[in-house]
Design a protein around this ligand. Structure first.
Ligand code: GSH
Length: 105
């Protein structure tokens, strides 16, 4: 799991969810994304597109889904596995985005 200090100090530039339709853990994660609403997350189905599966293995180290690829402003890339950790990260990121929007309004 990403360390808290990393998620606090680096702002998220781009998010991509590696998943596939029939995976129940992916379904829970997609539902959470839908619930959070406005987050822009590219969805990469690894069964429909073999190149995405390759990216996941090369980048994250294993073909397990769901996995969230997190790219930060300073160019760091994190591969976050485990649906529970992904959902927790997205909820925190959503709160952070809303706080930033409020502060800059
Ligand atoms: N504890 C994990 C379970 C994920 C999981 O078991 N994913 C299955 C698909 S439903 C998978 O990717 N299996 C292939 C693998 O682990 O290599 C989570 O909550 O995300």
């Amino acid at each position: 799991m990403m360390k808290n200090d990393q998620s606090k100090n680096q702002s998220v530039k781009k998010l991509a969810l590696y998943h596939y339709q029939s995976c129940p853990f992916c379904g829970i994660t997609r539902e959470a994304i839908k619930h959070l609403g406005e987050q822009k997350i590219e969805q990469k189905d690894i069964l429909k597109e073999p190149a995405f599966r390759k990216e996941l293995i090369q980048g994250g180290g294993k073909p397990q889904v769901p996995c969230l690829k997190i790219e930060t402003d300073n160019g760091t890339i994190h591969w976050l596995y485990e649906s529970r950790d992904i959902i927790q990260f997205l909820q925190r990121n959503d709160v952070a985005q809303k706080e930033t929007a409020k502060a800059t309004a």
